[in-house]
Design a protein around this ligand. Structure first.
Ligand SMILES: NC(=O)c1ccc[n+]([C@@H]2O[C@H](COP(=O)([O-])OP(=O)(O)OC[C@H]3O[C@@H](n4cnc5c(N)ncnc54)[C@H](OP(=O)(O)O)[C@@H]3O)[C@@H](O)[C@H]2O)c1
Length: 302
């Protein structure tokens, strides 16, 4: 494994399993000449990235000891100076709010939210030394009603809200925070632990819509991973520009990209009701209302 060359910027990315967004981001930063430190909880999946010359480090973002070990190992690689930290590792969570189990909800918040807080604390010294950048991979779902995704939406909304204040608190130290309002992007997300509706779920009548929702992000104007990564990396490397000029000619604080991102940005900018109305139809709510309504009528008649 080779370390960075003198003067070469370093970037650490979490959750770099092949096929996912983190892997695509590693490849693109490498192409742009940065020294990439790719991490994964199953380090064996990083072999191909190591062959390309990247540093690879084991990291389970939900494990405090693993984060501490990773931080120390990274300091040996980069001399204690980290230019970019990409908090990408994440867990999907598609289940009706009425059917979720709280340990499962906590696991999602551990992976999607608390891990980012822990990573920021662990790497802040290295980031301050570099006057670096934190990129938190959030999601359009942080501001959209995403049928059967209440827990995932809540976790990503927490990431967006946390990042917004973090940006203020880190400004005096010269560390920037960028949030990716990620749209639909090709990845392994739909094949993460297949979820099933409980037999007694009130949503059994719309089980087919639940099944359709499990793979929605992979079938809805979905952008390919490399295209997404190219734009994210290019924007993150743009120069700093002051105030409102930032998102026009400099590095944006909010990065909107991926399938459906443009429409959600439009609704976010011109009126949240636009998002509510379009999600109602896009997520097949008329069908849900009809089928569950019929079911309730039949049950009353019995
Ligand atoms: N794809 C989309 O449409 C989309 C849309 C909006 C936001 N996002 C966000 O984008 C990020 C990347 O997701 P993806 O779509 O690329 O899905 P993915 O292919 O499933 O990648 C998720 C990555 O996170 C890793 N991970 C999960 N738990 C971890 C842990 N405890 N410690 C370390 N790594 C862990 C996974 O490792 P394993 O392989 O070992 O499980 C995998 O490398 C996530 O934050 C996701 O919420 C994705």
């Amino acid at each position: 494994m080779t370390g960075p060359k003198p003067g070469q910027k370093t970037v650490l990315v979490t959750g770099c399993t092949p096929g996912g967004i983190g892997h695509g981001i590693c490849l693109e930063y490498h192409r742009q000449g940065l020294h990439v430190i790719a991490t994964a909880r199953r380090p064996e999946v990083l072999a191909e990235l190591a062959e390309l010359g990247m540093s690879t480090v084991a990291l389970d973002v939900t494990d405090a000891e693993s984060i501490r070990k990773c931080r120390d190992e990274v300091a040996k690689i980069n001399g204690g100076k980290l230019d970019i930290l990409v908090n990408n590792a994440g867990r999907t969570h598609t289940h009706p709010a009425l059917d979720v189990s709280l340990p499962d909800v906590r696991a999602t918040f551990e992976t999607n939210v608390f891990s980012i807080m822990a990573m920021v604390q662990a790497f802040i010294d290295q980031l301050i030394t570099a006057k670096g950048l934190i990129i938190n991979i959030s999601s359009l779902s942080s501001i959209t009603p995403y049928l059967f995704g209440s827990v995932y939406c809540a976790s990503k909304a927490a990431v967006s809200a946390y990042s917004r204040t973090l940006r203020l608190e880190l400004a005096p130290f010269g560390v920037r925070v960028m949030v990716s309002m990620t749209g639909t992007v090709k990845s392994n997300t739909a094949s993460q632990g297949h979820r099933v509706l409980p037999d007694d779920s009130l949503y059994q009548k719309v089980k087919h819509i639940f099944e359709w929702r499990l793979v929605f992000s992979q079938n809805s104007d979905t952008m390919d991973t490399a295209t997404f990564a190219r734009k994210l990396v290019a924007d993150s490397l743009r120069s700093e520009s002051p105030g409102w000029l930032r998102s026009l000619i400099g590095r944006p604080d909010w990065f909107w990209y991926g399938g459906l991102a443009r429409s959600v940005w439009f609704g976010h900018t011109f009126g949240e009701w636009i998002i509510d109305v379009s999600c109602w139809y896009r997520l097949r709510m008329p069908e849900v209302m009809k089928l569950i309504g019929e079911d309730l009528t039949q049950k009353k008649q019995k």
